[in-house]
Each structure stands twice: as C-alpha cells, then as structure tokens.
Ligand binder design. Structure first.
Ligand SMILES: [Zn+2]
Length: 230
C-alpha cells in the first residue's frame, strides 16, 4: 500500500496527467509512422524516386557499378537533407529491389505511390550515359506538357552554378523538356535529375564518391527548399 498525503496526491495526479499526455502524443507518432501519413507532419512532402532497381540496374560503370545503386545512395542522402530542412519525404523504393520485375508494372507502382502521396514536388534521380565519353555534368529534365519547366530551370541553374561549373568546367546546360512518364504522374513540379555521366571516367569517380553525392544533393535540396518554403 502507498500512503499519499493531500499535497503529494495533487503532485501525483499532475505527474500522471503529464505522463498520460506524453503517452498519447507518442501514440499519435507511432500510429502516424505505421500509416505513412508523412504529409500530416510537414507542410510539404516530396517524392524521391530512385530510378531503376532489381534486375533493371540502369546504366553500368566501367567497374560494374550499377546506376540503380548510385540512384538509391543519392536518394537516401537527399532524403536526409530534405527532412532536416523540414520537408517530408516519401521514397518510391528504399531497397535495391524494383517494385516489380516487369518494367511497366514497376513504373505503374511508382506512379501509385506518387499519386497516393499527393506531394508538392517529385524528384527522380538517375545517372546518364552517352556515346561521347567527354560529355560530363548533371542535367535536369521535365515534362514539356506539364508545369515543371520553371522548377527544372531553377534546378538546372543551381546545379550549373554550384556543381557543373566546379566539376565539369561548364555552366551552360539547359533543362530539357520531354515526354517522361515519371514527371507526368501528378500535376506538381516533377523533374528527373541525371546526376552525371557514368560514361565519363571523371564523372564516374565523382558519382562513386560520397563527397560529390552530398554536395549535389545539398544543391538539389537547397533549390527545392527555396521553391517550396518562401
Ligand atoms: Zn536511369
């Protein structure tokens, strides 16, 4: 038996009340994580799509590194930076696997995640390859029938000034419009960023370095955060 004086009783009731509030708050958090309602806790949520995955490795580097793995590494770094900037993130994939082994169904599954999330923006991360191995740098693509052009141009400018000028010696890349499935899923600014050319030995080295990935993702997150949070 516990003997409680009147004063102690009031203190005890107060403590129980505080604990009850804390438990209920934690309960909400746990529930939220389970139900993936990221958007409720952030003013803005962005979908990050790490391109390819599973049997579809995308382009392959000289040492056998797959684009799909570089894309996932980039996506994880970008996610961390955006979340620390107060922006919610939903990833289309978080493992090396694709969402489906059939490409069409894999892309459809990505679209379903994007539609369900109803994000403020979509960023799909890829790595490029070109027959001319001197081609270098990161490039931005958007749907030329959609609303992503301004965002794509801002992103390309930020990447040109802070990444391409520094690493590939050119800052004149323009964002390119096209008919691109992943940028047409929802009516919000949606872009593809080709993070560099794996067909160029210097770019390949950069894409495999943590430093370049962090720097590029820092620029991407900066432009995105400026666009979303005025
Ligand atoms: Zn790709």
């Amino acid at each position: 038996m516990v003997f409680i004086t009147k004063k102690k009783f009031i203190v005890t009731v107060a403590i129980i009340a505080v604990i009850a509030v804390a438990v209920s708050v934690c309960g909400v958090c746990i529930f939220a994580h389970k139900s993936q309602t990221v958007a409720k806790f952030y003013e803005h949520t962005v979908v990050i799509d790490a391109g390819h995955g599973g049997i579809d490795g995308g382009v392959v580097g000289s040492q056998g590194v797959k684009e799909s793995d570089i894309n996932l590494k980039m996506a994880e770094i970008l996610k961390n930076i955006l979340e620390s900037n107060g922006i919610g993130v939903v990833m289309t994939r978080t493992t090396k696997d694709a969402l489906n082994n059939i490409k069409r169904l894999d892309m459809q599954a990505r679209k379903e995640i994007i539609v369900k999330t109803a994000p403020s923006a979509v960023i799909s991360l890829h790595v490029n390859r070109f027959s001319d191995s001197s081609r270098r740098g990161a490039q931005v693509f958007y749907d030329d029938t959609g609303i992503g052009k301004d965002f794509a141009e801002s992103m390309q400018r930020g990447i040109n000034e802070n990444i391409n000028a520094k690493y590939s010696g050119r800052d004149d890349y323009e964002a390119i419009g096209g008919d691109l499935f992943i940028t047409k899923c929802v009516k919000v600014p949606s872009i593809i960023i080709e993070c560099g050319f794996i067909s160029n030995a210097e770019d390949e080295k950069l894409l495999l370095s943590q430093e370049y990935c962090r720097e590029l993702c820092g620029v991407i997150a900066g432009v995105l955060t400026d666009a979303l949070i005025v």
